[in-house]
Design a protein around this ligand. Structure first.
Ligand code: GLA
Length: 372
């Protein structure tokens, strides 16, 4: 089995619209980008999994028969989680020597962890000669993130990284897991700028927001047992429940309900090539995330204001879990060089260092590639 090295890569994901809707059984509209997690793997004859994480120059290992969850997760826990969750489905994996290198900024809202998880799942299944549908793989990796990473995340990131087609965005219904693809018009480019504020989802308010949404569902269920998730609410029904929910939960619910509608509208606008409309929806999404869901922060606000003031920017918003990370801007493609320069100068002056800026490329989902 020696020297059977194989190489897998898994992209990052950029979410056009549909934030904090996935764990509410709602709608999202992500795409992938050519920032990769690279993973080389060779099978071993035993059940040890030995990993080198090139970004940290660190090594760690675990045995497939003794996978223990760590209270304070480190990078290896995501890999342990993926192996454990795949084996829990009845697939037998083999030990492996692995090395991983990630290009996606960690904690930037571009799903570095989902990308690592899906790369690991693809590679471990690959050497075991086993397969899962991308839907099953996404589910297993989501469980890994929840159980071993400590984040009560939804399915969006893993699903997008595992299956969103090259050149497209994917409308994903997080309840039924039905998808519909839409081409990203050539005149529109998604530009991602890192605010430099690292979010650590477990420590940020992410789990708190997920709890608040669950609490709201419990309250609403007392009135209407057909409400299983916030997905089941409409603007009108929400109004009728306002008093019971109280001010804060009402705002959380209002974000989810209005965001689901914005995802539908953005999908239709993309289909028609109406990029100005996509930009306005992105702007409305940001206002709702800031005011109703309260997951923005000062630096993100300043970056969104700078980006939105640039000629050629149609709308910007915080992306991902929030409390830092990246801002996504919908930009006219022919304005990308000027907009990038302007954001770099202006935000650079605010935060004291030139920000990392990336143009999203609608890259292919995770795949095995030839070793150079
Ligand atoms: C993180 C989670 C996703 C999703 C977003 C917010 O990226 O991993 O499941 O909830 O935040 O939309």
């Amino acid at each position: 089995m020696a020297n059977k090295r194989r190489l897998f890569r898994s992209p990052g994901r950029a979410n056009i619209i549909g934030e904090h809707t996935d764990y509410n059984d709602g709608l999202v509209l992500p795409t992938n980008t050519a920032l990769y997690t690279w993973l080389t793997i060779s099978p071993r004859t035993d059940r040890m999994v030995a990993v080198t994480a090139d970004n940290f120059a660190e090594k760690d290992q675990f045995h497939l028969d003794e996978i223990v969850r760590n209270e304070q997760p480190t990078w290896i826990d995501y890999l342990k989680g993926v192996a454990a969750e795949i084996e829990a489905t009845g697939i037998q994996l083999s030990g492996a020597d692995i090395s991983i290198y990630g290009e996606i900024p960690i904690g930037g809202g571009l799903s570095s962890s989902a990308s690592v998880e899906i790369a690991m799942a693809s590679a471990m299944l690959g050497i075991a000669g086993a397969s899962m549908t991308s839907r099953e793989m996404a589910r297993a990796c989501q469980r890994a993130e929840q159980t071993y990473g400590g984040v009560n995340c939804g399915i969006m990131d893993q699903f997008s990284v595992a299956s969103c087609d090259r050149g497209h965005a994917m409308l994903l219904d997080c309840r039924t897991l039905e998808t519909e693809s839409v081409t990203i018009p050539a005149e529109m480019t998604l530009l991602v700028t890192d605010s430099g504020v690292k979010h650590q989802l477990t420590e940020s308010g992410y789990n708190k927001r997920a709890d608040e949404c669950r609490e709201a569902v419990k309250i609403l269920q007392l009135e209407d047992s057909a409400i299983i998730a916030l997905r089941d609410l409409e603007t009108e029904t929400l109004k009728a429940h306002a008093e019971r929910l109280g001010e804060v939960l009402l705002r959380r619910c209002r974000h989810v309900v209005s965001e689901n509608q914005r995802v539908r509208d953005a999908f239709n606008s993309l289909r028609l090539g109406e990029i100005v409309e996509v930009g306005s929806l992105v702007q409305c999404s940001h206002a709702s995330l800031r005011d109703d869901f309260e997951v923005s922060c000062e630096e993100i606000e300043s970056l969104v204001a700078i980006a939105d003031a640039c000629d050629g920017v149609l709308g910007s918003r915080m992306m991902g879990g929030g409390f830092g990370g990246c801002v996504l801007s919908v930009v006219r493609t022919d304005c990308i060089p000027e907009v990038s320069r302007e954001i770099a100068t202006q935000y650079g002056a605010v935060c004291g260092a030139e920000p990392w800026i990336h143009a999203v490329s609608a890259a292919a989902p995770a795949e095995e590639v030839a070793l150079p």
